[in-house]
Design a protein around this ligand. Structure first.
Ligand SMILES: C[S@@+](CC[C@H](N)C(=O)[O-])C[C@H]1O[C@@H](n2cnc3c(N)ncnc32)[C@H](O)[C@@H]1O
Ligand SMILES: [Zn+2]
Length: 131
């Protein structure tokens, strides 16, 4: 099961929106890539802290990937993504929803709430939206 398999080789690089995370090997549709890790925060702590790297896992449980050691924080948003996050209890598992080639940027859909707060005001720069 995806939950227990080893993650894929990835690397951080320059992207359309600052830094991004790229596949460092071919990845097949459905394969587990990486966990979204971060410091566990309550809703109150998350509201106080704020920032771009907060992932709402469930009610009153957030992961804050602000520290650079949390590699999945580099994954950018795309409207036509190649990955998706799935929540298993307190874990956020990111897996491929398309076949991905070595060198491709990894992306997932951040969801409406995050998109409207952080992406929309400056305009989405994903492959579907850049001119
Ligand atoms: C979790 S971080 C992703 C990594 C970030 N690019 C970095 O360099 O650390 C999310 C932030 O990246 C930027 N970002 C991600 N996807 C974007 C997109 N499709 N269009 C514009 N900005 C984006 C926004 O500033 C967003 O708040
Ligand atoms: Zn977009």
């Amino acid at each position: 099961m995806a939950k227990y398999s080893k993650g894929k080789k990835v690397k951080v690089g320059k992207s359309y929106a600052g830094l991004g995370l790229f596949a460092d090997e071919d990845i097949k549709k459905g394969e587990y890539i990486i966990d979204y890790t971060g410091k566990a925060l309550t809703e109150e702590q998350a509201d106080k802290k704020g920032g771009k790297y907060l992932f709402e896992v469930k009610k009153n449980y957030y992961l804050d990937g602000a520290d650079r050691k949390h590699t999945a924080r580099y994954i950018n948003h795309a409207c036509n993504p190649n990955c998706e996050p799935d929540i298993y209890g307190k874990r956020v598992i990111i897996s491929a929803i398309k076949n991905i080639k070595k060198g491709d940027e990894l992306t997932y859909d951040y969801g409406k709430e995050y998109f409207n707060e952080f992406i929309k005001p400056h305009g989405c720069r994903c492959a579907k939206h850049k001119k």
